[in-house]
Design a protein around this ligand. Structure first.
Ligand SMILES: [Cu+2]
Length: 154
């Protein structure tokens, strides 16, 4: 078989690509069922929910998130305060996704807080969210905006 220079070059670039794909990353982060809810016309904050899965054998931590639809995004958790009221607070140190595990972000629990909305979130639209991990992975997500009131819709 005659191998041309061009073939050698393309083989070379293929092997470079596979090297890049195999670079150390023991955490495989994926996102299931992303969802956000519509906001009223004067709301300055919204929230995004999803299930974050890690199919790797090393834990990974979501340390930051960002979106072009708001000023900044915080990772929040909710817990009961001393007066028995549910209160949300910023999760310091990020959200750890265990190896071969998943963490669900849902109303009354973990969520991404979208702070300083530039426009209200409208049903049928979607927002773009970038998650950043401790090990410098970036995960791009499209989050559809749903209605808050299912019964109103039907
Ligand atoms: Cu919040």
């Amino acid at each position: 078989m005659r191998i041309s220079k061009k073939t050698i070059l393309s083989l070379w670039s293929v092997s470079l690509l596979s090297l890049a794909a195999a670079s150390p990353s023991w955490a495989e982060i994926t996102v299931d069922n992303p969802k956000s809810y519509e906001t009223s016309s004067h709301a300055s904050v919204g929230a995004a929910f999803m299930t974050i899965k890690n199919s790797g054998d090393q834990a990974e931590t979501i340390i930051a998130a960002s979106s072009d639809i708001c000023d900044h995004v915080e990772i929040h958790t909710m817990s009961e305060n001393e007066n028995g009221l549910m209160q949300m607070r910023k999760l310091e140190g990020g959200l750890e996704i265990p190896a071969n595990g998943a963490v669900e972000l849902a109303p009354m629990g973990y969520h991404f807080m979208l702070i300083g909305l530039k426009n209200p979130l409208e049903v049928g639209s979607s927002i773009h969210l970038t998650l950043e991990t401790k090990n410098n992975q970036k995960i791009e997500i499209t989050v559809p905006v749903d209605t808050r009131n299912k019964s109103k819709k039907n």
